[in-house]
Design a protein around this ligand. Structure first.
Ligand code: PHE
Length: 397
């Protein structure tokens, strides 16, 4: 056995520490990507599905050799479903961990809290699933791979009016949630234009457990349906309490309903209701089926819309990195190098290549980013029957 003297061992430790310290000229072999999401808290399934989708994509890519011989490393931070924590998480990912791009968040309020940090640091951020228009308006480094709420709201209004032939709506919104307030407004505007009426507009706050007072007011106005642009935990509870009060009209929702937990909480209360999603797991497209199979094999669950969007967000980001490698190998190299001016310039070039994304073949559909860094995509309508989902229609932009 070879024995090293104490000084040699000490020197080796110091050299290793120096080599891994930030700012050191040593070339890192990996490209670091940050991810922030709600792994715990009121919307934990959002963060977990998102993390799974990203991991699946990146691990596959690494198993095929990574990009230009470099592996990608995902650094994940939990924001506990809180906007303040989202900002803290992204600060840490950028300032401490030195990530060159960020994936997240799901909830628009949390993306809105963190995006300004990415924008001012010059670190591209792609949100897989935040649909509020304000998110990408933060600046040129902020992108999304999903549709936006003016579209989603209009699609739901048209579905209610033209397909279900309903004319009296109640709106029940989460007052402190940017997504919910925005979607409630976009829906209402479209529904009124189509000749519908809003007979009641009530609100609640995330974390509330008792909705009976508002539901009693809503019931008295005799709506034909209730539009609830909220997240799954509250929606599940609202649905049950509505049925307890004898309020039996269908409920309509947006993508915030998407969660395995929704029907566990609601039980039978949402039968006969409808929601909008970003993809449909039984889509015969072979790329979708391949994704669904490999996700099931790894996680033992069917991927929801969030997992699918996260998979595509990772795909769009790394696709831009591949194009950087091809068009500008020196800049590509700088992505895994020290956080200096070269890296900043490389991030700016990467930003430009993300913005140029056209016809990326995602599992949630083809992704082209418009001049506002938003994707223009198809919405999927699902119905709820017997505590399960049925495909109703896709709606083109
Ligand atoms: N679109 C929602 C938001 O912006 C987030 C969400 C997307 C939730 C998809 C579930 C599924 O806040």
């Amino acid at each position: 056995m070879i024995r090293f003297s104490k000084t040699i061992r000490f020197t080796a430790v110091v050299l290793l520490a120096m080599a891994s310290a930030p700012g050191c000229a040593k070339r890192e072999a990996e490209i670091k990507i940050g991810e922030y999401g709600s792994l715990t808290g009121t919307t934990a399934t959002f963060g977990i599905s998102t993390k799974n989708g990203i991991e699946l994509y990146i691990d596959n890519l690494n198993a095929q050799g990574g990009i230009g011989g470099k592996k990608l490393r995902i650094l994940v931070e939990d924001d506990q479903s809180k906007p303040e924590e989202a900002a803290t998480a992204v600060n840490k990912l950028i300032a401490q961990d030195g990530v060159v791009a960020v994936l997240g968040e799901v909830a628009s309020s949390r993306s809105l809290a963190a995006a300004p940090i990415c924008q001012s640091a010059g670190v591209p951020m792609i949100t897989p699933s935040s649909t509020n228009p304000k998110v990408t308006e933060i600046g040129t480094y902020i992108f999304r791979v999903c549709y936006i709420d003016p579209f989603q709201g209009e699609v739901i209004a048209k579905f209610a009016r033209n397909t279900l032939h309903l004319s009296k709506a109640a709106v029940f919104r989460d007052n402190k949630n940017d997504y919910s307030v925005g979607l409630a407004n976009y829906f209402s505007e479209s529904f009124l234009k189509l000749g519908g009426r809003i007979v009641s507009d009530e609100s609640y706050s995330e974390g509330d457990q008792d909705f009976k007072a508002q539901l009693t007011v809503i019931k008295a106005k005799r709506p034909e349906f209730i539009f609830i642009p909220g997240y799954y935990t509250e929606v599940g509870l609202i649905a049950r309490q509505a049925r307890e009060l004898g309020l039996n009209v269908p409920m309509l929702g947006g993508d915030g309903w998407v969660s395995d937990r929704l029907l566990e909480i609601a039980q039978d209360a949402l039968n006969g209701s409808y929601l909008v999603n970003h993809y449909w797991e039984s889509d015969p497209n072979p790329a979708v089926q391949e994704f669904v199979q490999s996700y099931r094999k790894r996680y033992g669950a069917t991927p929801d819309g969030l997992a699918a969007l996260a998979y595509d967000a990772a795909g769009v980001l790394t696709d831009a990195m591949q194009r950087l490698l091809k068009t500008d190998p020196k800049s590509f190299e700088a992505l895994s190098g020290p956080p200096n001016a070269d890296q900043k310039d490389a991030r700016a070039r990467l930003r430009g290549l993300i913005a140029a994304t056209r016809d990326y073949p995602g599992v949630t559909g083809r992704i082209s980013l418009d001049d506002r860094r938003n994707a223009v995509k198809t919405a999927v309508f699902l119905g709820i029957e017997n505590r399960g989902y049925t495909f109703v229609a896709t709606v083109e932009p």
